[in-house]
Design a binder for this molecule. Structure first.
Ligand code: AHR
Length: 497
């Protein structure tokens, strides 16, 4: 049996976890909105057409903020199409996903849905075909109390109270040639800066996310980020990062995807800090990792001009869930700079929640690590000292077998650990909580199983789910735990006063 040791000291604190780290994403794409969160006529839909079975899983998942309406979709979207009486809303061609958009669902419906889900809205404005003025109008519609052109239209549309949307993304993946009206970095930088000025004049409280690179593999990375930030550093509150992972046939390599995510975060942080130095700014910019996930069906043929086609409906395996769990740990361990993130996406489209049109809903395997961390990763991220074996993989020269985040909640007196074990045998783990005094172990939940390819489906909705184990022994501040091969673990300890 291999051995590992983790030491956690109360004095070694990194940063508090921002609740917005547990965000997700709903785009007008495939069945994310239509027959995902919204399906009038479904037996479990409420009077607004919101599926209550989906809503209750969204709450269980613990999502805190949801990005909307895109994604690539937003770069051709006129938000005005989605407001007012539903009967008069136009049917449009969505050029991003070659689909028909009925506009039955728009920003008012989304803001109402988020309220019911207990989540904030992260709205994106169109900086492709859209203008800075359009972005200002949308903000005025959503946030201005009343007595102006757009705010009065919102009130006429049945929303007396403003939506009070605090977080706004300035476009989406504008570095990508696939984007509708893609821009060069200088052009986007100027457009984003002027849009930001208008938006902050209308509502000085808003927090703005500028579009960073859509992945570290882009030929323009990190030059895009540097250029864009040189135009927008004073207006921006965050820069966005997007990254999707897939298994290219090597499980060990795939399980080590967290190494790549960590490098990407560090590179963007370094780029932002370079611009801080160059512009002599006193502000430190934060990162919004607002698209991340495992995604396979990138290159599938999209049937053209259908309404809510069933596209990008990836089915996730146990292995995918372990990878997602590893990525969550990396986000937590960068909590000093990554203050917001969004698992892309939330329902049906590369999502942890999966529905049948007119029928059932299930939790995909990836639901579990997210839900467990969203519930228990509250408090201060600690710097754990991890002694464990490392091994290189095809893409990474060294990756630890035990990848850990530890969160200390001073209010509830809990110390919770999240751990991806990518080793091939059980590891005996010694935990040393030296300066925490006396602790008692509350829970060891393990996500593992005999078949890494196992998925949940409508016939076997709980084939993959976490189990509770009692592998731990110990008292005081030293514990010994066994962590199985290929597993994601949550260990919860109570600290005695
Ligand atoms: O999440 C799916 C797509 O991935 C988004 O529309 C886009 O921003 C990214 O390329």
């Amino acid at each position: 049996m291999s051995k590992a040791k983790i030491i956690i000291d109360k004095d070694y604190q990194l940063a508090s976890v921002d609740k917005n780290l547990f965000g997700s994403f709903i785009e007008h794409l495939g069945r994310a909105v239509y027959s995902g969160i919204y399906e009038p006529g479904h037996p479990l839909a409420d009077e607004h057409g919101f599926r209550t079975d989906v809503l209750s899983l969204v709450k269980e998942l613990g999502v805190t903020i949801v990005r909307y309406p895109g994604g690539n979709f937003v770069s051709g979207y006129n938000w005005v199409d989605g407001i007012g009486p539903k009967k008069s809303r136009p049917r449009r061609l969505d050029l991003a996903w070659k689909s028909i958009e009925t506009n039955e669902f728009g920003i008012d419906e989304f803001a109402d849905w988020c309220k019911m889900a207990g989540a904030e809205v992260m709205a994106a404005v169109n900086l492709g075909t859209g203008t800075p003025q359009d972005a200002g109008n949308m903000l005025e519609y959503c946030n201005y109390p009343g007595g102006s052109y757009w705010s009065d239209i919102r009130i006429k549309n049945g929303h007396r109270e403003p939506h009070a949307i605090k977080t706004w993304c300035l476009g989406n993946e504008m570095d990508g040639p696939w984007q509708i009206c893609h821009l060069e970095a200088d052009d986007y930088g100027k457009k984003a800066r002027e849009t930001a000025k208008i938006m902050k004049w209308i509502d000085p409280e808003v927090k703005l996310v500028v579009s960073g690179s859509s992945g570290p593999g882009m030929p323009t990375f990190p030059e895009w980020d540097r250029t864009v930030l040189e135009y927008t550093y004073e207006q921006a509150d965050y820069i966005s990062l997007h990254r999707y992972y897939e298994n290219l046939g090597d499980n060990d390599d795939f399980l080590a995807s967290f190494v790549d995510m960590d490098r990407f975060i560090r590179s963007v942080t370094a780029t932002a800090d370079y611009v801080k130095a160059r512009t002599r700014s006193k502000k430190t910019l934060m990162l919004s990792f607002d698209e991340w996930n495992v995604w396979y069906m990138k290159k599938v043929q999209i049937p053209e001009w259908q309404q809510a086609p069933a596209i990008l409906e990836d089915r996730y395996s146990l292995l995918d869930a372990l990878v997602v769990g590893g990525l969550i740990i990396t986000l937590l361990n960068n909590a000093d700079r990554v203050r917001m993130a969004a698992l892309a996406q939330l329902v049906n489209v590369i999502a942890p929640i999966f529905t049948e049109r007119g029928g059932r809903v299930i939790r995909q395997t990836t639901f579990y690590p997210f839900a467990m961390a969203a519930k228990y990763a509250k408090g201060m991220v600690m710097h754990p000292l991890v002694h464990c074996a490392t091994e290189g993989t095809k893409s990474y020269e060294a990756a630890p077998f035990v990848h850990t985040a530890a969160i200390y909640n001073e209010e509830t007196l809990e110390l919770n650990l999240f751990m991806l074990h990518r080793g091939r045998d059980t590891t005996e783990l010694e935990l040393d909580f030296r300066s925490f005094g006396k602790l008692s172990m509350q829970e060891h939940s393990i996500l593992d199983g005999p078949d890494l390819d196992a998925i949940n489906d409508f016939e076997h909705p709980e084939r993959v789910k976490p189990r509770k184990a009692q592998t731990g022994t110990g008292e005081g501040s030293i514990f010994k735990i066994q962590i199985p091969a290929y597993s994601w673990n949550m260990l919860r300890f109570k600290i005695e006063k």
